[in-house]
Design a binder for this molecule. Structure first.
Ligand code: HEM
Length: 498
């Protein structure tokens, strides 16, 4: 199974792969369907019978945990009732009346940094955006989730930031034939041996992953100890890790998390909540650089909102201000739709299932098929990118970046899927993204700050070479330079005085 996946791992193939592709139980040929790309199909898998479909992570290796999670069960891999209810506290982040000032502060620091760089150059500058977003957003997630200062903003060489930035692109892109073979072979080994392999195999990609993992574990261990001491001293804070330590201390001992499970949550939240938004920001600047008209309209709305805020004697955006910016929201939704950084997910049938099709298919022999039997243990790859470009939901021009579709009623809303904008970008159902609301506000805070301060453009010859690289998250790379990791060279010039 894994080899089938990995050999298909070029970005373009993943990007447009219809929903869902089928990968059978061992020995079964992949037989389905380029065509079951209908919203109800996804809905059926993802929402109606959630406990019949577990999240699958590369077949048997799910029992061994990926090395990024330090071989301990993180939230991502929990199944059903194992999912600790207190972890849902992350959903609370992002609510409230005022946009989080920590984010504004990080955004301000990013624009100050870019302005300083522009001042030292001749008026405009080509910036490779991914490392910047990666560092700045690492600091944001560190502060919000763990009340921890990684300090990545101030240091180009911050070891955790550097390790994280290289993790997805360098670990997962373009696997060699040998790597594909080994991954396929792992499926036949018992979990104990796979675990041993992941922990000790002397391959560079695995070594790099283990290095990042130990760095994060060290910080996580220190944090759990500190938070527990603070709690005992009555000085518990409101960050996610503190709330988790607190909730765990008072929870039913039968269901609470062990220390290693607590540490694993840090891996999960760092992994899931950092490079996702960082890459979304790079993709949005890519689109804005290609569409100066969209950029200008966006800037106008931001200026008008700022003026309204000043008129009422305020200085900062509130959540209500953010929600009253229809064009900005349209641009964000369109970027989430067009560039879903989490491009697919997997589900494994926990029992024999039947997948209903929203539209019948006619087989070669003329038989009308309305449902597809899915045997127990079958793994489905659900293509988020495929759903997000479904012409029946998003209009005939679903393959074109066009924020207007969100304003002119073109997006079909009769089938409601996903947690945001009828998009599948954050997943759907009971295993949907728990950080989606936080991610949306975080993204909007950065977008507003950057668009109001800078103009973005891109050399067309470079733009033509940008390619999506499927590396757990969809990373922007330059054709022919994929092994250099994430690249998005955007030309920025400052608006107003420096
Ligand atoms: C642009 C930003 C983001 C995108 C596109 C995104 C996407 C997703 C998707 C598609 C899933 C569901 C996967 C599935 O169904 O199998 C997911 C799950 C998850 N996300 Fe996000 N995410 C983002 C930001 C965040 C942030 C900021 C956090 C944490 C603060 C976060 C934490 C998680 C966690 C813990 C899960 C697993 C939830 C569960 O299993 O119940 N994500 N995310």
């Amino acid at each position: 199974m894994a080899s089938a996946l990995w050999t298909r791992s070029t970005a373009e193939r993943y990007s447009w792969n219809p929903t869902p592709s089928y990968i059978g139980p061992k020995g079964t040929p992949p037989y389905v369907p380029q065509r079951i790309q209908y919203p109800e199909t996804g809905f059926q898998i993802r929402a109606n019978n959630p406990y019949h479909w577990s999240r699958s992570c590369f077949g048997k290796r799910r029992n061994t945990q990926a090395p990024t999670q330090n071989q301990f069960p993180g939230l991502w891999d929990c199944r059903g009732s194992l999912l600790h209810p207190d972890l849902r506290i992350v959903r609370q982040q992002g609510k409230g009346t005022r946009t989080p000032c920590f984010q504004n502060q990080h955004c301000n620091q990013l624009s100050a940094k870019w302005k300083e760089m522009i001042a030292d150059s001749s008026g405009s500058l080509v910036v490779n955006t991914p490392p910047y977003f990666s560092r700045f957003l690492l600091d944001v997630i560190g502060e919000v989730a763990f009340d921890y200062r990684f300090g990545a903003i101030h240091s180009n060489d911050n070891p955790i930031a550097a390790a994280f930035a290289s993790l997805a692109p360098k670990m997962l892109v373009l696997p060699s034939k040998k790597a594909i073979f080994i991954v396929a072979l792992l499926e036949f080994l018992p979990p104990r041996l796979i675990r041993f392999f992941l922990r000790h195999a002397p391959f560079n990609r695995l070594k790099n992953t283990r290095r990042v993992s130990s760095m994060i574990s060290a910080v996580a261990k220190q944090l759990v100890d500190e938070k527990a001491k603070a709690l005992i001293a009555g000085k518990g804070k409101r960050d996610i890790m503190s709330l988790l330590v607190k909730a765990n201390a008072s929870a039913n001992p039968r269901t609470n998390l062990s220390e290693v499970e607590m540490l694993a949550q840090m891996h999960t939240i760092m992994g899931a909540g950092h490079e996702t938004t960082a890459n979304t920001l790079s993709w949005s600047l890519f689109e804005l650089a290609q569409h100066p008209d969209v950029q200008e309209k966006l800037r106008e709305e931001i200026r008008a909102a700022e003026q309204a805020i000043r008129n009422r004697g305020d200085t900062e955006f509130t959540y209500a201000d953010f929600e009253a910016m229809p064009y900005t929201i349209a641009v964000m939704k369109e970027t989430f739709r067009f560039h879903p950084v989490s491009y697919n997910t997997m589900r494994e049938a926990a029992r024999d299932e039947v997948l209903p099709l929203s539209k019948p298919l006619v087989s070669k022999s003329g038989k009308t098929i309305t449902e597809i039997p899915i045997p127990k243990n079958t793994i489905l790859v659900v293509s988020i990118s495929g759903y997000n470009r479904n012409t029946e939901v998003f209009g005939e021009d679903a393959h074109v970046f066009n924020p207007e579709r969100w304003l002119d009623g073109r997006v079909q809303t009769t089938t409601s899927l996903g947690v945001y904008g009828n998009l599948m970008t954050f997943g759907s159902g009971h295993r949907a993204c728990i950080g989606w609301r936080f991610a949306v506000y975080e993204y909007q805070t950065f977008l507003v700050e950057l668009v109001k301060n800078f103009e973005f453009s891109m050399d067309p010859t470079v733009a033509a070479k940008v390619r999506r690289e499927a590396a757990m998250v969809m990373v922007p790379t330059i054709s022919g330079e994929v092994m250099k990791g994430a690249q998005m060279p955007i030309t920025i010039s400052a608006i107003g005085t420096l």
